[in-house]
Design a protein. Structure first.
Length: 251
């Protein structure tokens, strides 16, 4: 599975007090490239691939849900406990029975380090973000894109790709060696310290997404999208071993 080398690092705002060019605005650079990759790997500038086994990550993505097609959007876990929602970090997946899980369906993939099917990504940029780009640029916030793309991927997988309703459009890769590091927590601290200003701008952007795509936007990413939540979690498929036949067929 070929991916674009991570030569384009996507920068966040230096401070939530000031609007800036958002990550989603930069996504258009990928769609203008002349070559056609199979997948894209989008990285924030403070994400490190140190210790990441990229081949294991790609192999797990390809084979975890076989014979179904690989999810359209996945992410490696974050090694550090720096995230607002811990189910995208290593710690809660590292004990007991959960430590055996290699991948899990998820209702949310965070936009710090996602891998996306390139055809879906191009469609999402050209058909979805085209209608929200100016709002995100004006308010300097882009937290709603990743609350929308799993809903979009669900519809795309069924209506465009003719996948079954039980297919998995979004997933977390939880296998050993498949986590990445979050090196800089400054931006996260700033967002917490200046929460009223940031939330006001983020709400303006989310209002635009919700007006356009009301059935795709998932505002509650703490529980409803959480594969570890006591109530919602059991509905998300968890995989404990890769299919050997699929692995043998990987180039």
């Amino acid at each position: 599975m070929n991916v674009i080398p991570p030569f384009l690092r996507l920068f966040e705002c230096p401070s939530p007090k000031q609007p800036c060019i958002t990550k989603c605005y930069h996504y258009y650079l990928f769609t203008e490239m002349c070559f056609k990759p199979r997948n894209v790997f989008l990285l924030d500038e403070d994400i490190s691939l140190r210790d990441l086994d990229l081949q294991a990550l790609l192999r797990t993505w390809a084979c975890a849900f076989w014979p179904q097609q690989p999810p359209l959007i996945v992410q490696p876990l974050i090694a550090e406990s720096t995230q607002l929602f811990d189910y995208v970090t290593v710690q809660p997946w590292s004990t007991g029975r959960l430590s055996k899980v290699v991948a899990s369906a998820s209702g949310w993939v965070e936009q710090q380090a996602p891998l996306l099917n390139a055809e879906f990504f191009a469609w999402f940029v050209r058909r979805v973000l085209v209608h929200t780009r100016s709002t995100a640029f004006r308010f300097g916030a882009d937290w709603s894109a990743d609350k929308t793309w799993c809903g979009a991927a669900r519809n795309y997988s069924v209506l465009v790709l003719n996948w079954s309703l039980d297919s998995v459009p979004c997933a977390l890769i939880t296998a050993p060696g498949c986590s990445v590091h979050h090196l800089n927590t400054r931006t996260m601290r700033d967002k917490r310290a200046n929460r009223p200003q940031f939330r006001q701008r983020a709400r303006e952007v989310m209002n635009r997404y919700q007006a356009l795509y009301p059935t795709w936007v998932e505002e509650d990413v703490r529980r409803k999208t959480n594969p570890l939540d006591a109530h919602y979690g059991p509905s998300f498929k968890k995989v404990f071993a890769l299919n050997e036949r699929c692995e043998r067929n990987i180039p």
